[in-house]
Write a protein that binds this ligand. Sequence first.
Ligand SMILES: O=C(O)C(=O)Cc1ccccc1
Length: 197
Amino acid sequence: MNQATGWIDTALSAGPSVETIGTLGPAGTSSEQAALYLWADHGRGGPPAVRLYDTYEEAGDALRAGAVSHVVVANAYASVHAFYMDPSLRFAGAFLFDTPHYGIAVSQGHRIPKAARIATHPAPVPLVEELLPEEYSVAEIRYATSTSAAADQARRREADLALTTMPAAKAHSLEFISRTRPIRMLWSVFTLACADS
Ligand SMILES: O=C(O)C(=O)Cc1ccccc1
């Protein structure tokens, strides 16, 4: 799939400068890659100031507390609605950015049961049905706080398999048992409503 990019810029160029970006971690998430992309295009230069939080909501709290200047949230995250509705926050822009490749991965040496427990973040859950090899079925979906947290569940064998990204699979020593593909995604950027513009 080709990488197509584009920006909806309502207050990114004219708004507060991009000093620090908060998003969903830990390292290896799609959100981390999206934040690095935002930094490369709009950051103040120098090493990327990207802070990773266990949930998007914690990143939102960091924005309200002034610990970060911008927050990036995937539009596939159902609870992005709370960011749009919060009068203390402002939608500053959005950009198209393909995620890293997603696939279904297993901890090396783990014997996969035919009916498997599969860890995933809620946002990409439809990919489980699309990518799971046909010799397996879903015994249970175990929701994780992120793609990297899902990989960690597989590493600890709390789940048999994880739907995760290539960077997170590598970091957790998982191997893919399915084909992989990126997800074309729109990412929303928020600032504080009262920040200088
Ligand atoms: O950023 C991640 O890796 C996530 O866990 C959330 C997510 C999942 C799929 C597409 C976009 C964001």
